[in-house]
Ligand binder design. Structure first.
Ligand SMILES: Nc1nc2c(ncn2[C@@H]2O[C@H](COP(=O)(O)OP(=O)(O)OP(=O)(O)O)[C@@H](O)[C@H]2O)c(=O)[nH]1
Ligand SMILES: [Mg+2]
Length: 376
């Protein structure tokens, strides 16, 4: 059932309050999904509400904030992937002195560099063989051309499936985002960072401490609530069921006019049947309070685990339907190539990357900025 609108929003103007398309943010730093004019108009006719969008001045403010952030994000993307970059720097060295007679040796070394950076064997072979064909057929004639072709093929791999990287928050209030994944991947930290971003964009965010396995888990989330200035719902008693805590939180979100409820969950192994079933109960409990919710189920994958993350993601996706991935700890590893592997193998969009432990260290994923960051 959809939540009712606050009275101040019930008289939305007949003309949508969207800025002209040219002024709408287009960068992947855009966190929120902007509905089309037509979509928006029908939503306002139905007196429905998408987060805070609809309040006069909201889009102007959001646009400004996103623009400012997009600028600092690009700088951060470049520093965040420093290890992957170091690792792939060999590509530049190889291509600087490349000449045709050296092609096979250079491509062997390029293949090795891509494998070490976790591009995965299938993608690596695909990229290298296509470069080899283009070099021997005379299409690529210099190191610079080879590098440009390499970057283009990585970008194509990331964008070919047309996966959307922005958050899809629907039209009902509150929008609900559930964070799932195996133990220690960075769920709670990513949730905290996400809360910070959404809060800074003018949305009213409620945190839900759905990790009821460990007593310390809700304390950890409370610290994030304080740090980000968000309210939080925690279990009232010990051994509470996660589904009931999350359902209460979403109810409160609905009653008290929150825009977004961010639900933390316990870490669990994808092979543990009963724990995976518990996740299904959590999802159902949320959907009973707000139909269509959770709007996003974001799975956190630890970038340092390399390609082992693929079976985890497959299993979570089969059980609960993952709508996006957050790849964490890419600052600490030389394995940034795993981003390309997961997108190619799973067909699920990477929506954010974690590049540190700080509150600002979660970046919306942008394929072009990513390729520029790892192959500067
Ligand atoms: N370097 C780095 N560390 C991170 C990142 N994200 C999370 N961490 C660290 O990883 C550790 C685990 O993070 P948590 O957020 O507690 O992970 P979790 O998935 O919630 O863990 P459980 O609730 O126990 O399953 C913490 O020390 C975090 O600070 C990241 O992007 N980069
Ligand atoms: Mg946690």
């Amino acid at each position: 059932m959809s939540s009712s609108l606050p009275s101040r929003l019930s008289s939305l103007p007949s003309k949508p309050l969207l800025p002209p398309p040219s002024q709408r943010p287009t960068s992947a730093a855009t966190l929120l999904h902007f509905p089309s004019d037509q979509h928006y108009a029908s939503a306002s006719r139905a007196s429905r509400f998408k987060c805070s969008a609809g309040e006069p001045g909201f889009f102007t403010k959001l646009g400004r904030l996103i623009k400012e952030k997009a600028k600092s994000d690009v700088e951060k993307v470049f520093s965040g992937f420093s290890k992957t970059r170091e690792n792939l720097a060999v590509v530049d060295e190889l291509l600087l002195y490349w000449n045709l007679s050296d092609t096979d040796r250079v491509l062997d070394e390029l293949e090795e560099a891509l494998l070490v950076a976790d591009f995965g064997p299938r993608i690596t072979i695909k990229i290298v063989e296509s470069l080899r064909d283009d070099i021997y057929s005379g299409k690529l004639k210099s190191g610079a051309e080879i590098k440009a072709a390499l970057k283009k093929s990585v970008l194509n791999l990331l964008t070919q499936k047309g996966l959307k990287t922005e958050l899809k928050l629907g039209f009902r209030k509150p929008a609900v985002i559930m964070i799932v994944g195996v133990n220690g991947g960075g769920k709670t930290t990513s949730l905290g960072k996400l809360a910070n971003r959404l809060k800074n964009e003018g949305t009213k965010v409620l945190l839900a401490a759905g990790d009821t396995f460990r007593a310390a888990a809700s304390d950890q989330l409370e610290i994030w609530a304080e740090r980000t200035g968000c309210e939080i719902v925690v279990a009232e008693k010990e051994k509470a069921k996660a589904a009931s805590v999350l359902s209460q939180a979403v109810k409160r979100g609905k009653e008290q006019g929150f825009d977004i409820v961010l639900c933390d969950t316990s870490g669990r192994l994808h092979t543990n049947y009963s724990l995976m079933e518990e996740l299904v109960s959590c999802k159902k409990a949320i959907g009973k309070v707000v139909s269509g919710a959770p709007n996003e189920i974001l799975q956190v994958l630890d970038g340092t685990t390399g390609l082992n993350m693929l079976p985890q993601a497959r299993e979570f996706n089969d059980v609960v339907g993952v709508t996006g991935l957050i790849l964490t700890k890419l600052d600490g590893s030389a394995r940034g190539g795993c981003v390309v592997s997961v997108v190619d193998e799973l067909g699920i969009p990477v929506k954010f990357v974690g590049v540190g432990e700080g509150v600002e260290d979660l970046q919306p994923f942008d394929a072009e900025a990513f390729v520029d960051a790892i192959f500067p």
